[in-house]
Design a protein around this ligand. Structure first.
Ligand code: GSH
Length: 208
C-alpha cells in the first residue's frame, strides 16, 4: 500500500501515472498548494523543500520526496520501466527532464500562462527555451521510439505530463511530428489516462 501526497500538476501526475502503470494500490492525500498546505509542519516533516509529490511506501516504512527519486525507487523495486541494461540512457533522459525540461517549461507556465504582461524579458526568455525544448525533443524522437530508446521508461513517464500542458505553451505540438507521434502513443495507454485523472475530476489527457 502506498500513500501519494500530491497536487494536480505535471510533477504530481508523473507519480500517479507510474503507480497506475505498475497497478499498485495507493491512496491520494491531497495537498492544496494554492492554499499553502505544503507549508504545514506535518508536511515539512516528509518534504524538506515543502513540495509535492511525496510517496509513502507503508509496508517498507519508507518516505520518498523528489519525483525523479520516486520513479527510480518504484522502477527498481518492481523492475519495470527502468531496465538494468538501459539504465544509463534512462537516467540521462530522466535527469534532463528533472533538471531542465520541467524547470524551464515551469517558468514558461509562470511567465506566459499565469503572469503574461508582467515581464517581457521573462516571457521571451522562457518562450524561447520552451520552443528549443520542443525542437530538441522532436529531433531525439525522430531517431528513437521513446526517449531512452526502444522501450517506454520512467524518462517518458516523467516528461509526458509536461508536454501534456501543450495548449498553455502556444508552441504548436502538431508542428513537431515526432514529438506528436510519441505523445499520441503514450496518451493511449490506459494507465496514463487513469493516472492523469488521479484527482478523479474527469480530467482528460489533452489531444494534440
Ligand atoms: N523537483 C521537484 C519539484 C517539485 C515541485 O516543484 N512541486 C511543486 C508543484 S509541481 C510544488 O510543490 N510547489 C509548491 C511550492 O513551491 O510552494 C520534484 O520533481 O519533485
Amino acid at each position: 500500500m502506498f500513500e501519494l501526497y500530491s497536487a494536480d500538476t505535471p510533477n504530481g501526475k508523473k507519480i500517479s501515472i507510474m503507480l497506475e502503470e505498475l497497478k499498485l494500490n495507493y491512496k491520494v492525500k491531497k495537498i492544496n498548494i494554492m492554499k499553502g498546505e505544503q507549508f504545514k509542519p506535518s508536511f515539512s516533516k516528509i518534504s524538506p523543500f515543502n513540495k509535492i509529490p511525496v510517496l509513502k511506501d507503508i509496508k517498507e516504512k519508507k518516505v520518498i520526496f523528489e519525483s525523479g527519486a520516486i520513479l527510480i525507487y518504484l522502477g527498481e523495486k518492481y523492475k519495470k520501466f527502468y531496465d538494468k541494461k538501459d539504465r544509463l540512457k534512462i537516467l540521462q533522459w530522466l535527469m534532463a527532464q528533472m533538471a531542465y525540461i520541467g524547470p524551464m517549461i515551469g517558468q514558461h507556465h509562470q511567465f506566459h500562462h499565469y503572469n503574461s504582461g508582467k515581464s517581457k524579458f521573462g516571457e521571451e526568455r522562457y518562450f524561447r527555451i520552451a520552443r528549443t525544448i520542443y525542437k530538441d525533443l522532436d529531433r531525439r524522437l525522430s531517431k528513437s521510439k521513446y526517449l531512452a530508446g526502444g522501450k517506454y521508461s520512467i524518462a517518458d513517464i516523467a516528461t509526458f505530463p509536461w508536454i501534456a500542458r501543450h495548449e498553455w505553451h502556444d508552441i504548436g505540438l502538431k508542428k513537431h511530428r515526432h514529438l506528436s507521434r510519441w505523445y499520441k502513443l503514450i496518451s493511449k495507454r490506459k494507465a496514463v489516462i487513469r493516472g492523469y485523472d488521479f484527482m478523479n475530476r474527469g480530467e482528460l489527457v489533452p489531444k494534440v
